[in-house]
Design a protein around this ligand. Structure first.
Ligand code: IVH
Length: 674
């Protein structure tokens, strides 16, 4: 008996300890113990429960691995229906919402307080806690009746099986509403595992989350990286706080996950600012969102406005442009890139997605086309997220009306007819024509002239196309011997534009070593690598003489990049072009590597936000990097300085939160000069 008592006490300790670690890991994203130690605690608890089955409780973390499969889901009648939100797609619709709220509350022109948060792109669920214990969870279903997915929800690691945390008084019954979703990185990993195992891959995180939650076998759900975020409760019983923001604090205090991005804002200006802020941050969030939600913050106000048919009057979803849309494939072409890579591209019936009209989408490579089985005439899902090149996500097979033949990669380069090659263990097919291939030559020139390389303004697609097709320019060095005579022969080239282009070419001669290295277009050596190389070697000759071992001394350069660099400079043709460029007067200051050693900036991490009075963002970045500093796009505990200008946004807030040193432009310039 004493034995059982000890075991019971130990089980309680272990459960709360494990719950604490789960919370730290899955909600706070700040693990508190090594995995091995966690596993030890977990096994100890499982052993106790196996030896003494009477000690097993439904809120034990051991229940997260999933029990026996079901034959079907039971039904759950929602005591309070799960409604939906009205949508706003335009600013005017948001202004109208704000006006309706002010009118409904007789507030005239004064500004209302709104609670605002992301609109998660997942599945709505409801969680019931009785005296702090998770007892039932269900899907939304038709809003009145959902499916009982309790066993599956128990496996979702950031759903507390027992409310816990800083507040230990729980309501007798609490119904939490929220959304189940999958982080993008977890989704990618899951799809990779599915692919490796020859199983079905999911189209997007939302579908993966839905498919995972609706598994009859909870053991399968347990292996899927689902997450939950709470955005409200079903009943506004007496014990509830007076505002939505306070409720969210309360839920968080019970260890329920709530959005870090939530905020309270005032008036329509506050709503629109929040929309813009989250819109910018959209691609940096770990999960997909399809908009933001605005809610009257005070519950008394919410109650006064009430509901209309199936949606509240006191809340609205302000949607972002959809990142996915359906369209049809009109053709599949093959493009040749700067490095000779052959990329299949789907030509699409124009479709509005991610805020722009898209007519082309990359299919990446041959294996991808075959894996997705994209064929001409197919209806496909196209995705355009942020500034990323639009891609074909999947074919909607049910809509395949005709069966066009499977895609085949050409055996010769569509641009120059040279043979193509595809090494066994690589996905990319390449043209072997090198700079003989006009497509590669054009791309190499465009890259050389691009803004972050030698920055030759006005040397765009059309001009390069003509210069290469008419054999006026073969290599970047040829640009520097162009004269008005060459240019004036070309289509649509007036004297004025010819002069401008020649001036831009002349201006590009004065550059930096990093830009020059980047401009060469060495395979696998992007802008960041070029900067590291310039910093490390200080001069071009030292770089050209470096062998693979020497190159691997440079931070972030591994064997693949080192090999590309060596083989680039080993190519006599490339050496000739470099010599010609230098002879033409392309010039930079060498020896920077030696100078940076004493810099106050060396090795420090900066984040830039807002508009600086005199420097552009790029200028500031270039000057910081020239002295060995790094510029990152988001603020974290590792950031040393945040440089803030006018209209600095959430990065500044984050910096303040983390106590990071904030500089204005003057202070930055001072630091650059010390
Ligand atoms: S509040 C009366 N807040 O959007 C409904 N809903 O159209 C109150 N959703 O399926 C919902 N994120 O699951 C609310 N921060 C958020 C949300 C959110 C996503 C979903 C919700 C529902 C749909 C409503």
């Amino acid at each position: 008996m004493a034995d059982l008592r000890t075991a019971a006490e130990r089980a309680i300790t272990l459960r709360s300890e494990i719950a604490r670690h789960d919370y730290a890991y899955y909600v706070l994203d700040a693990p508190t113990i090594p995995d091995a130690e966690y596993d030890r605690l977990f096994r100890e608890l499982r052993d106790i429960e196996t030896q003494h089955p009477q000690l097993l409780t439904p809120d034990s973390p051991t229940q997260r691995v999933g029990g026996a499969p079901l034959t079907e889901f039971g039904q759950v009648q929602h005591r309070i229906p799960m409604l939906s939100l009205n949508n706003a797609f335009t600013e005017d619709e948001v202004l109208a919402f704000d006006r309706r709220c002010r009118e409904g509350l007789n507030l005239g022109d004064s500004e209302i307080e709104y609670a605002v948060e992301p609109k998660y792109d997942g599945l709505a669920i409801t969680l019931i806690y009785e005296n702090g214990m998770f007892v039932q969870g269900a899907t939304r279903g038709d809003g009145n009746t959902g499916e009982d997915v309790t066993l599956n929800l128990r496996t979702v690691r950031n759903i507390p099986l027992h409310l816990d945390g800083s507040v230990s008084v729980y309501p007798a019954r609490l119904e939490v509403r929220g959304e189940v979703l999958m982080f993008r990185k977890d989704f990618e990993k899951l799809n990779q595992q599915q692919r490796d195992a020859g199983l079905k891959v999911f189209v997007n995180p939302r579908n993966a989350a839905a498919g995972s939650l609706r598994q009859l076998d909870p053991k399968i759900t347990a292996q899927r990286p689902l997450r939950f975020f709470a955005y409200g409760v079903a009943e506004l019983g007496g014990a509830l706080p007076e505002s939505h923001a306070a409720l969210m604090e309360q839920l968080a205090a019970w260890n329920l996950p709530v959005a870090k991005e939530r905020a309270v804002v005032r008036g329509r200006g506050g709503l629109l600012d929040y929309y813009a802020r989250i819109g910018t941050a959209r691609d940096t969030l770990p999960y997909d969102i399809d908009g933001v939600v605005y809610k009257l913050n005070r519950y008394a106000d919410q109650e006064q406005l009430g509901f209309v048919s199936r949606a509240p009057r006191f809340a609205i979803a302000h949607k972002f442009p959809a990142q996915e849309a359906l369209t049809t494939v009109e053709a599949i072409d093959v493009q040749v890139g700067r490095t000779g890579a052959l990329t299949p591209v789907a030509r699409l019936a124009p479709v509005f997605v991610g805020g722009v009209t898209v007519t082309n989408a990359t299919l990446h490579n041959e294996d991808e086309v075959l894996r997705k089985d994209v064929r001409v005439g197919d209806t496909v899902i196209v995705r355009r997220a942020g500034d990323v090149i639009p891609e074909v996500v999947a074919v909607v097979l049910e809509k395949r009306a005709i069966m066009a033949p499977q895609f085949v990669m050409p055996k010769t380069c569509p641009e120059c007819g040279s043979a193509v090659e595809k090494p066994e263990d690589e996905a990319i097919t390449r043209c072997t024509g090198g700079l003989y291939c006009p497509a590669q030559r054009k791309q190499a020139l465009l890259h050389f002239a691009s803004r972050r390389a030698l920055d030759i303004e006005g040397l765009g697609d059309k001009l390069v196309e003509q210069l290469v097709d008419q054999a006026i320019v073969k290599t970047p060095a040829d640009l520097y011997s162009l004269d008005p005579g060459n240019l004036l022969k070309l289509e649509r080239m007036a004297e004025k534009s010819a002069t401008n282009i020649l001036a831009a070419i002349d201006k590009s001669k004065q550059t930096t070593l990093a830009r020059f290295i980047y401009a060469l277009g060495i395979r696998n050596a992007g802008e960041a690598t070029a900067k590291e190389l310039a910093r490390h070697f200080g001069g071009l000759d030292a770089l050209m003489q470096a062998d693979e071992a020497a190159l691997q001394q440079v931070p972030d350069i591994g064997p693949v990049v080192a090999a590309s660099i060596v083989s680039f400079f080993a190519e006599p043709h490339n050496r000739v072009v470099i010599a010609q460029l230098r002879a033409a007067g392309v010039y930079w200051t060498e020896g920077e590597a030696a100078r940076v050693v004493s810099s106050a900036i060396l090795g420090k991490t900066f984040v830039l936000t807002g508009t600086l009075p005199s420097l552009t963002r790029e200028e500031a970045q270039e000057r910081i990097e020239a002295l060995g500093g790094k510029v990152k796009s988001s603020v974290s505990a590792k950031t040393d300085y945040v440089v803030a200008g006018a209209e600095a946004g959430s990065k500044l807030d984050k910096a303040l939160q983390l106590g990071i040193t904030i500089l204005d432009e003057t202070q930055l310039l001072e630091l650059l000069h010390t």
